[in-house]
Design a protein around this ligand. Structure first.
Ligand code: SF4
Length: 291
């Protein structure tokens, strides 16, 4: 019989909301050294790091905006996804009661907050994918509203930016998105970029790629080179941590190449703020592990 994972998922939510992944924290720590002593940029990063430590020690949210919960569930044959979804929703409501999550689900038509992070079938966002083997994996990302607001989608060619339907055009529009975001996405950020797809799948692709660890490069050498180039060029724009200027605007870039219709060429940019909250749990028989 399928186990009830509600309490295990609650722990996944707690860890995601209160304890930033080690790879993100390491990047932020390394960034401090790149900013001038006494600068506003360095001060902002030091404050962010103190905040991260405090949240972990006290098991409180890393940021007051606990974001949109986005779950990806990779399940082996035989699991009932309807039950998993019910358990995810129950865990999220409990996490809200425990104050690991701020009530964030607002009915856009009636302007009413549900108070428990549940809204219709669309909040939280839950995606299922059947996989081979015996391991169930649940990934969770909490995507802040401020950084979501500065995400962007471009339809190439973009004559305003002189961006054609090639990787040179992709580079131009991604840097445009960073320039437009300024400090409003709570830089330093991480860029999730999807090239291709339709408008919907392209945005999903740009978020899915953010589940990968920092520093992992696309297997396609052309895209891997573009990831490196975009990160380094974004850091010459002078936006810096929280828009205070400086050299740390973006700490990594992830790109997903997708297929497109001949008539369309979308580039979607999901901007993730420094509060890059993403974690996963794996279930193998009785054993549950968190990463
Ligand atoms: S964008 Fe991120 S860091 Fe900024 S307020 Fe939102 S969740 Fe917090």
């Amino acid at each position: 019989m399928q186990p009830d994972l509600t309490e295990k998922i609650l722990e996944l939510i707690r860890r995601t909301a209160t304890n930033l992944p080690a790879d993100v924290e390491e990047r932020l720590r390394a960034s401090v050294e790149k900013e001038a002593p006494g600068s506003a940029a360095r001060g902002a990063l030091e404050t962010v790091l103190k905040n991260i430590e405090l949240a972990r020690a006290e098991s409180t949210p890393i940021c007051q905006d606990t974001g949109t919960p986005i779950f990806y569930v990779h399940y082996p044959e035989g699991w009932i996804t309807r039950k998993l979804k019910e358990q995810i929703r129950a865990a999220l409501a409990e996490a809200t009661q425990c104050s690991y999550m701020r009530p964030n689900a607002v009915d856009a038509v009636y302007d009413k907050n549900s108070g428990n992070n549940l809204g219709g079938e669309d909040f939280p966002s839950v995606h299922f994918d059947e996989v081979e083997g015996e391991t169930l994996t649940i990934e969770l990302m909490l995507k802040g509203g401020g950084c979501e607001n500065v995400g962007a989608q471009y339809s190439l060619p973009d004559n305003r930016l002189g961006a054609g339907r090639d990787l040179a055009g992709v580079r131009k529009v991604v840097l445009d998105a960073v320039q437009r975001a300024q400090g409003q996405g709570c830089a330093p950020g991480i860029l999730g970029v999807a090239i291709g797809g339709d408008r919907g799948s392209s945005y999903y692709g740009s978020k899915e790629v953010l589940f990968d660890k920092l520093g992992t490069r696309n297997a396609d050498p052309k895209l891997a080179a573009l990831e490196e180039r975009l990160t380094s060029e974004a850091n010459t724009l002078g936006i810096g941590p929280m828009g205070f200027g400086g050299s740390t605007t973006v700490i990594d870039t992830k790109i997903k190449g997708m297929h497109r219709l001949p008539a369309s060429f979308f580039v979607s940019v999901s901007y993730m703020c420094w509060a890059y909250r993403r974690r996963k749990m794996t279930v193998n028989g009785e054993t549950v592990a968190y990463d």
